[in-house]
Write a protein that binds this ligand. Structure first.
Ligand code: FAD
Length: 288
């Protein structure tokens, strides 16, 4: 099913993100994870695209296709463009079509120093145009958004202004970067609507369940840390079991508040950990 149609039919649309294992030999582990996720009844599962990954050793297409075939769960294949030529993108679109993939998250990818940047695409909207042009309406296009502004933008207003290029290029649903302060998400959506962006916006939530994540993910995302969040970290940073429980509770509370406020969708960043997904799902299922 095409994902934009889901957003017309239900609220909230509930989805999860997984990432391919680094080695082909470990690919079955991802299907074991998805098997466990089935009880959460996700509307779709998104599969990330390795930044800088070559077309041949990137398993996004294979995994997204197999999840549909084996589990009957709709998928969203991520695709980045900053390290790809127009030819590479054409090849990938062909592979998606051949694998019966219906939905693509068009992304630029992060600009990493010393990495091979091809010059065919500069921004995600250019990739969205290319996908639209080549896919014969086989693929629906989704895009990323940033409740606190993308780190390269001077201001949130500038970032939202740039977001409009994506919508103009055919992006029909936005999925947000993770955030820990719902108020900032509500302000972002309000601002986007005022500036003429009317597509559904799914809220990206990542449960923080261990101290390694705090150092890496939280720091990298640049997300603001509200008082309740830093208090939780301060209390449980060195107590792994308590931090796990508190992190699940924090994310569940965020999601319950978002759903009660009428959010279009919830996109759970589960870090390939089904236990996290199941625990959060248990806490929110009465609202889905
Ligand atoms: P863009 O939309 O191109 O935006 C990047 C910057 O350029 C922003 O500051 C924006 O305001 C500005 N901008 C946008 N369009 C224009 C324009 N036309 N002219 C001038 N300025 C413009 N990365 C991966 O490598 N693999 C993944 O699978 C992946 N999945 C992601 C999923 C989600 C939901 C999110 C939120 C991010 C994901 N990322 C992934 C990270 C993403 O690639 C980075 O955040 C990247 O830095 C920006 O990607 P973008 O598609 O938002 O880029």
């Amino acid at each position: 099913m095409k994902i934009p149609e889901m957003f017309q039919q239900k609220k909230p649309v509930f989805s999860m993100e997984i990432f391919p294992p680094k080695k082909k030999a470990n690919i079955d582990s991802i299907y074991e994870t998805v098997e466990k996720l089935k009880v959460c009844d996700p509307d779709f599962i998104s599969v990330t695209y390795g930044a800088g990954g070559s077309m041949t050793d990137n398993y996004t297409c294979e995994i997204a296709s197999n999840i549909k075939k084996r589990f009957g769960i709709e998928t969203l294949a991520h695709l980045t463009c900053i390290n790809s030529s127009r030819e590479d993108v054409k090849e990938m679109i062909g592979r998606f079509q051949a694998a019966d993939i219906k939905n693509v998250l068009t992304l630029r990818g992060d600009i990493v120093p010393d990495q091979d940047i091809k010059k065919d695409f500069h921004h995600a909207n250019e990739l969205a145009i290319e996908v639209q042009r080549k896919c014969n309406d086989d693929l629906e296009i989704l895009g990323a958004c940033y409740p606190e502004g993308h780190y390269e933008s001077k201001s949130l207003d500038e970032d939202i202004q740039n977001l409009k290029y994506k919508i103009g290029a055919g992006v029909k649903v936005l999925i947000s970067q993770l955030f820990f302060d719902n108020q900032l998400f509500y302000e972002f959506v309000g601002k986007a609507r005022m500036m003429g962006i009317n597509v559904p916006v799914s809220a990206g939530i990542m449960p923080i369940i261990n101290s390694r994540q705090i150092e890496r993910t939280v720091a990298l995302s640049g997300a603001s840390l509200p008082h309740d969040f830093t208090k939780m970290i301060g209390l449980y940073e060195n107590k792994p079991e308590e931090l796990f429980e508190a992190g699940i509770q924090y994310a569940s509370d965020q999601i319950r508040d978002l759903i009660k406020s009428g959010v279009d969708g919830i996109h759970l960043y589960i870090m390939n950990n089904p236990k996290v997904a199941l625990r959060v799902y248990d806490n929110i299922k009465d609202l889905l």
